[in-house]
Ligand binder design. Structure first.
Ligand code: HEM
Length: 410
C-alpha cells in the first residue's frame, strides 16, 4: 500500500470520518465544494468503457426527469436539522461534489489513513457509473415550516408548491410522507444506486436526518414499455409528449415562477399499495376494464397497437385511462414498483407502485386528476394510497454551481 504525504492539520475528510466514528454530527468548519479533498476521478480505461454509462449532471434540466427510466431507484427524503442557512449551504455543496463524482463514475479517495474509516464506503470502486442520476426536489417545509421562514428563503418559494391536499379513500402514513429535501437516485445497477444514497445519507450527518427511504425497480426489454406488478404496460401515454415542445407543455415550469425554477419541474409522489392477492383472483376482463386497455398488447379498448390514440368513449366510464383522459390533463409519469416482504397483519404481500410524476403546474394537472381518480377509479378496488409528497425540482446545474445555490444565495 502506498503512503501519501501527511497533510497539515485535520482535513474535512478526517472530520467526516471522526463524525462517522462518533456516530454523531459534528459542526464542521468552513468547508464548501472541494471540501471533500482527495477524490479519485475514473481512470482512463474505466472512462472509455464507461462513457456510454454516464448521464451528465450538468445541463438545462436536472437528469432523472426525462431520462429514460433506469432499472433501480431509491427515493430518500431528508429533514434539515440545522437552523441556519450556512449549514444548509455546506451540506448542499458537499452533496453536489459527491454527485459530480459519482455520476461520472469516480469515488472519494479511500484508505489514506488506516486509523479512520475510509472516505468512500467503497462498494462501487470497480463499477461504472451505470447511468446514475441524482435528482433533487424541495418540499414546502424547506421554504416555510409551521409558518416560520427558518432559512430566510420563504420569498423564493415556487408558485404551486404545497402538500397534496387530503383525498377521499386515503389513509396516509405521515412518517413516510413529505420532507424538506427529496432525492431521487436512479441507476442501472442497484449497488451503484444504493452506494449513492448511502453516501448522501452519510454526508448529511449533523445537517439532516433521513425521514424515509423507499426503493423501487422496473424492468423492460430496451425500447419496450415496462410492466407494473398488475402486469400492465405502465408509461405508454408518456409517448404523447415525448418531444422538447411536449416537455415544455407538460413538464418544465412556466411563467410566474422564481428564476431558479426555470428548467425545473414539480415532482408528485404517491406510495400506492397494490393488493396483489385480490387482483390475481380477478378475471382478465375485469382487469382490462380497470384500465380500459388490453393486458398483453397494451392497446386502448377498440385499438390494436399500444401507441394508437386512445378513445375514451370506448372504455368503461370508471376505468383508469378513461378518467385520466376526462381530466384533459397530461403529466409525465416515472413510476417504480416496490416490494416490501409480507404484511404481518394479513400475511399478504406488501407491494405496489412508487408513483412519481413530473409536471409544470400540479394545481392544474396532477391534483384534479388525482381527486377524480380517488373518487371514481375502478383501480381503487385494488389499491390503497399510503404516502404522499410534493417537491419542487430546480432547473439543471451549471458546472461550479451547487444544488440549490440560486435559492440560498442572492
Ligand atoms: C397503483 C397505482 C397505479 C397504477 C397501477 C397505474 C397504472 C396505469 C396504467 C397501466 C396505465 C395505462 C398505460 C399508460 O399510459 O401508462 C396508466 C395510465 C395513466 N395513469 Fe396510472 N396508475 C396508477 C396510479 C396513477 C395515479 C395516482 C395517477 C395520477 C393521479 C395516474 C395517472 C395516469 C395517467 C395520466 C395515465 C395516462 C392516461 C392516458 O392519457 O392515456 N395513475 N396508469
Amino acid at each position: 500500500m502506498k503512503h501519501k504525504p501527511k497533510q497539515e492539520g485535520v482535513s474535512r475528510r478526517d472530520f467526516l470520518k471522526l463524525s462517522a466514528i462518533a456516530g454523531t454530527g459534528i459542526a464542521l468548519g468552513a468547508a464548501g465544494v472541494g471540501a471533500i479533498a482527495g477524490i479519485v476521478k475514473p481512470d482512463q480505461a474505466k472512462t472509455a468503457s464507461a462513457e456510454g454509462e454516464r448521464i451528465p449532471l450538468y445541463g438545462e434540466h436536472q437528469a432523472g426527469i426525462v431520462t429514460p427510466q433506469q432499472t433501480y431507484m431509491y427515493l430518500a427524503s431528508f429533514q434539515l436539522t440545522g437552523s441556519d442557512r450556512s449549514s444548509v449551504i455546506r451540506l448542499f455543496k458537499d452533496w453536489t461534489k459527491f454527485c459530480d463524482l459519482s455520476t461520472s463514475g469516480g469515488t472519494m479517495k479511500t484508505g489514506d489513513n488506516a486509523l479512520l474509516p475510509p472516505s468512500d464506503t467503497g462498494e462501487t470502486l470497480d463499477l461504472p457509473a451505470a447511468k446514475l442520476t441524482i435528482t433533487f426536489g424541495f418540499g414546502p417545509s424547506f421554504f416555510r415550516e409551521e409558518g416560520k421562514d427558518r432559512f430566510g428563503i420563504a420569498a423564493k418559494a415556487p408558485r404551486y408548491l404545497k402538500d397534496i391536499p387530503r383525498m377521499p379513500r386515503e389513509s396516509l402514513d405521515v412518517s413516510l410522507s413529505g420532507g424538506d429535501v427529496c432525492i431521487q437516485v436512479c441507476a442501472e445497477d442497484q449497488q451503484v444506486a444504493f452506494h449513492a444514497v448511502r453516501n448522501l445519507i452519510r454526508m448529511s450527518t449533523g445537517y439532516a436526518t433521513v425521514k424515509w427511504l423507499q426503493e423501487g425497480f422496473i424492468s423492460a426489454t430496451p425500447g419496450k414499455t415496462p410492466r407494473n406488478l398488475f402486469g400492465f404496460k405502465d408509461g405508454t401515454a408518456n409517448s404523447e409528449h415525448d418531444s422538447s415542445s411536449g416537455y415544455d407543455e407538460v413538464i418544465w415550469a412556466g411563467e410566474g415562477e422564481p428564476a431558479w425554477m426555470k428548467g425545473g419541474s414539480y415532482l408528485a409522489y404517491r406510495k400506492i399499495r397494490m393488493l396483489l392477492e385480490v387482483w390475481d383472483r380477478t378475471s382478465l376482463k375485469d382487469q382490462e376494464d380497470t384500465f380500459g386497455r388490453y393486458k398483453e398488447s397494451g392497446a386502448a379498448y377498440g385499438k390494436s397497437g399500444e401507441f394508437d390514440a386512445a378513445d375514451a368513449t370506448q372504455m368503461p366510464a370508471t376505468s383508469h385511462v378513461h378518467l385520466a383522459k376526462m381530466s384533459k390533463q397530461r403529466i409525465h409519469r416515472r413510476a417504480y414498483s416496490y416490494t416490501n416482504g409480507i404484511d404481518p397483519r394479513t400475511g399478504n404481500v406488501d407491494a405496489g407502485l412508487l408513483f412519481l410524476s413530473y409536471q409544470k403546474n400540479p394545481d392544474q394537472q396532477f391534483i384534479p386528476m388525482l381527486r377524480m381518480m380517488q373518487s371514481s377509479d375502478k383501480l381503487n378496488e385494488y389499491t390503497s394510497h399510503v404516502a404522499s409528497g410534493m417537491f419542487a425540482c430546480p432547473g439543471g446545474l451549471r458546472e461550479g454551481q451547487y444544488i440549490g445555490q440560486s435559492i440560498l444565495e442572492g
